[in-house]
Design a protein around this ligand. Structure first.
Ligand code: PDD
Length: 286
């Protein structure tokens, strides 16, 4: 399999990541993931923009322009023959010797970039049936808008959910729902769709952005407003959104059914609108 390593496409076996890389030492890095359908990227511009924005927030400079990166990524999915799959990009602050918390001089220490691909078909059954979630306190830091590789808070929450038999963790701070461990979270009450506004407490999800766009265009009422665990308990429908899951119904929370305990018509409509948007760019996907 080919991967991107800094500015080049190389065999995965050729990549040498130094043990003093700050990504390994401090999780001093950022990442992003973009999905392709039918060999074509969906929302590539938005994901590349977010990667550059995350980089800027931690004073990292990417070793190429957005255009150069998009070309490299397109070439990568071509050579790896990715039809429907994901591309993970990762950028670290490079190799810092001796180990030191302070940022090294970027003139002397270049960042390290990698990108890999995986073939991941759409999980239509899961999208129809929905998943279960467990409520977990949001113990993460206060810059969740940065798509950082420092994911301990997220993976601990996901692990907590898995231990209790759930697929995803719904996070809350003092009873206010923020997002899930690896997705944004939404609820529908009386035909109005709610999700936490962007800011420092959640990742500005690209799927969220697209869902808001298609919902508004279709005249569906949406409110970027935080909601509480109490609201969540009374929700008609709950769902999560991410690049890899699209709009995924959450049908059970802490073992209790949401509404009827199956996918509701609100999320089903959004799923269809999202698929329509994907198909406009990438062609028929079913
Ligand atoms: N996760 N919130 C968190 C904490 C996430 O990790 C993600 C994405 C999202 C949704 O963002 P988007 O719609 O842009 O994918 C929200 C990806 C899929 C991951 O880390 O693998």
């Amino acid at each position: 399999m080919k991967v991107i390593w800094n500015n080049e496409i190389v065999e995965r076996s050729e990549v040498k990541i130094d043990m003093e890389d700050r990504g390994y030492q401090f999780a001093d890095g950022i990442y992003d993931v973009v999905r392709a359908y039918n060999g074509k990227f969906f929302t590539l511009d938005e994901h590349v923009d977010r990667l550059f924005s995350s980089a800027e927030k931690i004073e990292l400079i990417l070793p190429f322009t957005k255009e150069e990166l998009k070309q490299l990524l397109s070439k990568l999915i071509q050579v790896n023959e990715i039809d429907t799959g994901n591309v993970y990009m990762q950028l670290t602050r490079g190799i810092g010797i001796p180990r030191n918390h302070s940022y090294p001089d970027p003139e002397l220490v270049p960042p390290v970039f990698t990108a890999t691909t995986t073939l991941v078909p759409r999980d239509q059954i899961k999208m129809d049936q929905g998943m279960s979630a467990i409520i977990v306190p949001d113990l993460r830091w206060l810059r969740c808008d940065i798509k950082s590789t420092s994911l301990l808070g997220n993976i601990m929450a996901k692990h907590e959910a898995h231990k209790k038999g759930g697929d995803e963790a719904i996070l809350h701070r003092d009873g206010v729902v923020t997002e899930c461990s690896s997705s944004n979270v939404w609820m529908i009450k009386n035909d109005v769709i709610y999700t936490h506004p962007d800011g420092n407490l959640v990742l500005p999800g690209i799927t969220k952005l697209m869902l808001l766009k298609v919902a508004r265009k279709a005249g569906i009422p949406v409110k970027e407003e935080a909601f509480t665990l109490e609201n969540l308990k009374e929700a008609d429908e709950v769902f999560a959104s991410s690049t890899t899951m699209e709009a995924m119904p959450i049908t059970f929370i802490d073992g209790n059914p949401v509404g009827q305990g199956k996918r509701g018509s609100g999320v089903e409509r959004l799923q269809q609108l999202y698929v329509d948007a994907v198909e406009e760019v990438c062609g028929k996907i079913r």
